[in-house]
Every structure is written in structure tokens, then in C-alpha cells.
Design a protein around this ligand. Structure first.
Ligand SMILES: [Zn+2]
Length: 157
């Protein structure tokens, strides 16, 4: 899965093109997010990166994630409910998500992205969009529901 993460050069270029400096903190925040598979919140990235950068603040982590999202280096996943914390995803390829409505946790679905899904779902819709001159370049698919409240194997007392 690491092949879908960007290298420091690519992250630096993306920031630089937008007029943002690729500071060591921004790159460290990117590295930390890229090492986490659970689509963490800014607070979770902050907790995880602190051992490496003891003087970094939550505000700096949040601003770094927003800067990385603004230049397309990471994806910002909107909260399920208004006021909830955003989550972040360093995986750069198209993929699908599953969201737990109880915990807010987001996981990748272990299946291949289908670029022709809209066409298959409703060929008339795809034709209609083409006639209107709308060029579909991608789509998001998120399943939502409830995962077990405790991990398997930890339910017995
Ligand atoms: Zn993801």
C-alpha cells in the first residue's frame, strides 16, 4: 500500500507549487499520516507524531494537514455529522471506504476501484451526463453502518 503514498519530493513540490514551504513539521505530519491506515483525526495524528516532535502543537498538526489537503497531497474526509472532526487519508489512489456511525472510524474496503461503476449502475445516466457536457473524472463510495463494539475475541469476560 505504500506505493500509493507520495515521497518527500512530491509532497514538497505540491506544497511549493501552492506557495507553501515544505517545513520539516509538514513533512513529518505527512509521514505520520501515511504510516496510519485508520484515517485518523488531527488529534490522533498529533498524539502519534509527538514522540518524534515533542514540541509540535495540535494547531500546527491541524494546519499542516489542511495545507497538505489543500495541495492534494492528502484527502480530507468530511465528518459524518456536522461538528464532528474531519479525518485524513494519505492513500493517493481511488478507493472505497466503510464508516462506523458509532465510533466515526473509517476503513478502506478491501476491493478494487471500478472506474466504470457509474456506467454499469445506470447507462442512461452516464449518457445524460455526457450530453450535458459533464465529464466524470471520479466518484466516491462510502458504505456506512456499525462495526462490532469490541474487537473479535475480546467479548468474553
Ligand atoms: Zn482510505
Amino acid at each position: 500500500m505504500n506505493s500509493t503514498r507520495l515521497g518527500h519530493d512530491a509532497v514538497s513540490d505540491a506544497l511549493g507549487t501552492a506557495g507553501l514551504r515544505p517545513t520539516p513539521q509538514r513533512l513529518a505530519v505527512y509521514d505520520q499520516l501515511a504510516a496510519m491506515d485508520d484515517h485518523p483525526t488531527a488529534a490522533e495524528v498529533f498524539q502519534a507524531v509527538r514522540p518524534r516532535l515533542p514540541r509540535i502543537s495540535l494547531a500546527t498538526v491541524y494546519k499542516a494537514l489542511e495545507a497538505l489537503a489543500a495541495v492534494g497531497a492528502v484527502d480530507r474526509l468530511n465528518p459524518a455529522a456536522a461538528g464532528g472532526p474531519a479525518r485524513y487519508d494519505a492513500r493517493g489512489d481511488h478507493h472505497y471506504h466503510f464508516r462506523c456511525l458509532r465510533t466515526g472510524a473509517i476503513h478502506d474496503l478491501p476491493t478494487r476501484y471500478d472506474p466504470a461503476l457509474v456506467e454499469r449502475l445506470d447507462p442512461a445516466l452516464a449518457d445524460d451526463l455526457r450530453r450535458r457536457g459533464f465529464q466524470v473524472t471520479g466518484y466516491r463510495l462510502e458504505l456506512f453502518g456499525y462495526q462490532p463494539s469490541e474487537p473479535e475475541g475480546e467479548r468474553r469476560e
